[in-house]
Design a protein around this ligand. Structure first.
Ligand code: AGP
Length: 626
């Protein structure tokens, strides 16, 4: 996610902005910038692609930029490549409005077209520049004050935002607006701060206001006034932050992994809303879906004509992304009737590639830099095959070199063990399966509508699972002494087992294997001893009885059984030592729900074993070597 910092007071702003932004580096970014105003002079804007140090070097650690009022920003690219030009702050003509933004403006293209019709031009590819010029438009057109201009913009904009804006006519003041993206406002001695997160200002003050959703505020030195969308002032309690700096970076969670597990509902919601258009112009809020919806892959670059032409799909990925591919194979083949082959990047690139020009190679990669996946992309392109990248990092190598790009909107993922990026990739594949099925005629509009409607309920259902973590923590305490843990499943449940097993072993260092339920008896069942934990995943109704039989087989040999199944299916309860229920959903989408308890199990076992959950031994977040 992007990071925002703002300061008004009696000190020079630039060094405070740089210091605050350095405390937000953990949020992940690819460029940075600041705008500082000295009295009534125009703000000085300095931006730099790359690390915050580059911005600091450009401003001699902030000493060459004068003024006591300023805003700063670290950008995690969602729209527009990482570049100095796309870095924030963004400005309207004549520096009338200067601002920074954290979030995603979903209808920025529509707004941009409107602004162009009104005579505006654009220098960047960002949604933020559109937002800033929309504020400018309302400010100038209606001759209203900054708060009214922000309110009119908020009514017009769809998406999430934490905006911090300076107006030429209001020196020494910063105006902020918030919807869904985090923002806090700090109060010091005749000083006021604004930031995306607590760590940025903890060094200066522990006294903060939490601005509400769809609220605005006017900040001056030591003064804050809050407003609602009607422009009425609202009172806010001033609270005291008790966290220490390290806890604050993790949003109060003990580890980034747990924080990111909890960010999955938003990651899925943002990914859905990036390509699903809702009839009445709203977007899914994760609880309800307003009106009919349709999938628009224009931002991905895929046309219906191209979708109709593809003969076969080859999904190529590594690690958890490969497990997404295994799940996607079942979903896309069932919904779209297209043959799907899934390969490990490290295998694909060394085999005799039987690729047809009418094939599509899909590369799934959170980092967009995995060497084996990048090599597979290049090999495919050399053979003249169209390539689609599903990546989480804008401007990454795989994103830049693929023919089509489907960006997951998970935001930066800090923990080595992927969770929210995996979940966002899964949802991207469901969406491709629905759209391919619709376009190729294997899916009726009515069925597609139902699937999209169900897709939009996933964030809320995951949130419900996350409210019931304690039972998993208890069961994990039973697992933590284990030497071997087996995961059993069939079909999509087998794909879920793969991810559950990887989560377990990569952070708890307990050996684990995922097994197709029907395969265990072909050898590996010999490893089952008294007390060996076996976790059965049972979400595919036509396969549940078979998997139960497999679980009974291993149970009769002493296995300690956990059943993971959907509400209402009680058939495993009598056989298992522990059963965990997830909310019901369309069977194509159960991986998104079933994986969450398995992520939590791996997390809790690793914690019980006192391990470094976020940085497991021997592992890197992005494997950029072969
Ligand atoms: C998953 O938890 C691991 N960190 C690892 O398997 C990862 O999924 C794999 O290295 C692929 O990374 P990518 O998605 O960035 O290509």
């Amino acid at each position: 996610m992007c990071g925002i910092v703002g300061y008004i007071g009696k000190k020079q702003a630039a060094p405070i902005l740089l210091d605050g932004l350095s405390k937000l580096e953990y949020r992940g970014y690819d460029s940075a910038g600041l705008a500082v105003r000295d009295g009534e002079k125009d703000p000085v804007v300095v931006k730099a692609k790359g690390r915050l140090k580059d911005l600091s070097d450009k401003t001699a650690e902030g000493t060459t930029v004068f003024g006591c009022c300023g805003i700063g920003h670290t950008r995690w690219a969602t729209h527009g490549e990482p570049s100095e030009n796309n870095a924030h702050p963004h400005v309207s003509d004549g520096m009338n409005v200067v601002g920074v933004h954290n979030g995603i403006i979903e209808n920025y293209q529509e707004l941009k077209a409107k602004m162009i019709r009104k005579g505006y031009s654009f220098y960047s590819d960002t949604d933020t520049e559109v937002a800033i010029k929309t504020v400018d438009y309302y400010y100038r057109k209606y001759g209203v004050g900054p708060i009214d201009a922000l309110a009119k913009t908020m009514v017009r904009v769809r998406g999430s935002y934490a905006l911090a804006v300076m107006f030429k006519d209001y020196p020494g003041e910063i105006f902020v607006a918030r919807k869904d993206s985090p923002m806090i406002i700090g109060l010091g001695e005749d000083e006021t701060y604004v930031a995306s997160d607590v760590p940025a200002i903890l060094k200066y003050t522990r006294k903060v206001y939490y601005i509400g959703n769809l609220e605005m505020a006017r900040l001056s030195a030591g003064q804050v006034t809050f407003y609602n969308l009607d422009g009425d002032t609202v009172e806010k309690p001033l609270t005291e932050i008790t966290w220490d700096a390290e806890a604050a970076e993790k949003g109060g969670y003990e580890h980034f992994m747990m924080k990111e597990i909890h960010e999955q509902p938003k990651a899925i919601l943002d990914t859905i809303n990036s390509v699903v258009r809702f009839a009445d112009g709203t977007a899914s809020d994760g609880r309800t879906v307003a009106g009919k919806a349709s999938i628009d892959l224009s931002s991905v670059g895929l046309t219906d004509e191209e979708i109709r032409k593809f003969r076969q799909i080859h999904i190529v990925a590594c690690g958890s992304a490969y497990h997404v591919g295994i799940a996607a194979q079942y979903v896309i083949e069932d919904l779209a009737g297209v043959p799907v082959r899934v390969e490990l990047g490290s295998e694909f690139r060394y085999r005799t590639l039987l690729l047809d020009p009418d094939d599509l190679v899909v590369i799934i990669s959170q980092s967009g830099e995995t060497a084996d996946s990048l090599a597979a992309l290049r090999e495919s392109k050399e053979k003249g095959v169209r390539t689609l990248a599903i990546v989480n990092v804008v401007g990454s190598s795989i994103a830049r070199e693929a023919d089509y790009v489907f960006y997951t909107m998970a935001g930066p993922e800090i923990a080595v063990a992927t969770t929210k990026a995996y979940s966002a990739q899964l949802v991207s594949c469901y969406i491709l399966g629905i759209q391919f099925g619709l376009v190729r005629g294997t899916l009726s509009q009515e069925k597609a509508d139902r699937l999209i409607q169900e897709l939009s309920t996933l964030p809320g259902k995951i949130a419900r699972i996350l409210e019931d973590k304690e039972r998993l923590q208890w069961f994990a305490s039973k697992l933590s002494p284990a030497h071997d843990i087996f995961f059993l499943g069939r079909g999509l449940d087998y794909a879920i087992c793969m991810e559950g097993s990887l989560k377990m072993k990569e952070i708890s260092y307990v050996h684990s294997e995922a097994y197709a339920g029907g395969e265990l008896k072909h050898g590996t069942i010999s490893l089952i001893e008294e007390g060996t934990p076996v976790i059965g995943v049972l979400t595919q109704k036509d396969l549940i009885e078979k998997t139960i039989s497999n679980m009974v087989e291993v149970g009769s040999r002493g296995a300690y059984l956990m059943g993971l199944t959907t509400n209402g299916n009680f058939s495993i309860e009598d056989q298992a030592d522990f059963t965990y229920y997830i909310p019901r959903t369309d069977e194509h989408f159960t991986p998104s729900l079933a994986v969450v308890p398995l992520q939590l199990l791996g997390y809790y076992v690793a914690c019980a074993r006192g391990l470094d959950v976020d940085k497991p031994r021997n592992l890197a977040k992005s494997v950029t070597v072969e």
